[in-house]
Design a protein around this ligand. Structure first.
Ligand SMILES: NC(=O)c1ccc[n+]([C@@H]2O[C@H](COP(=O)([O-])OP(=O)(O)OC[C@H]3O[C@@H](n4cnc5c(N)ncnc54)[C@H](OP(=O)(O)O)[C@@H]3O)[C@@H](O)[C@H]2O)c1
Length: 291
């Protein structure tokens, strides 16, 4: 049990990483507000909480809906008078070559994965500044560091989240006492992959056009992600939850946490000199703020 119970707001708790993280945080004694956009989907979380004998507070929050964010934060502040940790976990993948994606689809991907975390950050930061403490944890991806084929729109959204977080990390802590960290998982066994494949298929799948050879190759690669392969090569939500908890309990939270040897290896060409982002943060601070 962690000796200091924190008030934690977590988005996207209906499944996967969010669901498991919510439960593990309560198991470690924190006061967790597990939120989801559609409360009709709370059964899986409720059942797991019952099974593991933990008490969760569940609230509605759609990261695309400013009003729902404000209402949720108002409710938490009314009962706790503080928010110590915001975990921006809600997110969704997207596969389609940029040229074939509609502007509406591209805006949707940015809305959930980038504007959503911004909305939540902007809404909690006044309280964290008043407290002179807080920790914002943005769930990014190895796709926020390395671009990959047919995932360019999703990667662009996570790159944006990385740029935002790295920039905020240069001044939020020294000026306002707020830490900000990125968690960067690689493949993790959740609904994430199934949802993006379902969406791709529902919007026409592989089209009979110039992109067909590329898409057939790419979808052939995805077809190698059998259950047996994922069991062997992917992480589990509990692995990612453990990294998130390590980050929350870290007395000196780092800018970035790669979640496995695999994600470290995948991003190595870009991250080997500064895997946790602390050297770059110090260098930027030194050049601009430490005058
Ligand atoms: N799984 C991976 O391989 C992987 C790898 C790297 C990074 N990540 C990141 O990890 C995070 C969690 O994903 P996951 O793997 O746990 O996938 P998941 O099982 O699909 O969970 C995604 C969660 O985000 C929620 N969500 C989607 N749109 C939302 C919105 N507008 N408002 C609020 N919640 C919304 C989903 O709610 P609904 O149930 O209502 O859809 C669900 O609770 C995401 O940010 C993802 O990008 C995942």
């Amino acid at each position: 049990m962690f000796d200091q119970s924190k008030v934690i707001l977590l988005t996207g708790a209906s499944s996967g990483i969010g669901l498991e993280t919510a439960i593990q945080l309560v198991e470690r004694g924190h006061r967790v507000y597990a939120t989801m956009r559609n409360l009709d989907k709370r059964t899986a979380l409720d059942q797991e909480a019952d099974r593991r004998n933990v008490k969760l507070r569940v609230l509605q929050l759609d990261v695309k809906d400013q009003k729902s964010i404000e209402q949720c934060i108002k409710t938490i502040i009314a009962s706790e008078n503080r928010i110590d940790v915001l975990i921006n976990n809600a997110g969704s993948g997207f596969i389609k070559p940029m040229e074939q994606a509609t502007m509406e689809e591209i805006q949707q991907v940015m809305d959930v994965n980038f504007y959503g975390p911004i909305r939540c950050c902007k809404a909690v930061m006044p309280y964290m500044r008043k407290q002179k403490s807080g920790h914002i944890i943005n769930i990014s991806s190895v796709g926020g560091i390395v671009g990959s084929p047919v995932n360019e729109i999703y990667c662009a959204a996570k790159f944006a989240l990385e740029g935002l977080s790295e920039s905020l990390a240069t001044y939020l802590e020294p000026y306002f006492g707020i830490n900000i960290s990125l968690i960067e998982p690689g493949g993790t066994i959740t609904e994430f992959g199934n949802s993006l494949t379902r969406y791709f298929e529902s919007t026409g799948g592989i089209l009979d056009d110039d992109y067909k050879p590329l898409m057939e190759t790419y979808m052939g690669y995805r077809a190698t992600f059998t259950e047996e392969f994922k069991e062997r090569a992917f992480q589990k939500p509990s692995d990612i939850a453990a990294v998130i908890i390590k980050c929350i309990h870290d007395p000196n939270p780092k800018v970035r946490y790669l979640t496995s040897e695999g994600s470290l290896a995948f991003t190595k060409l870009k991250t080997s000199l500064d895997p946790d982002g602390e050297l770059m943060k110090a260098q930027v601070r030194k050049g601009i703020l430490d005058k």
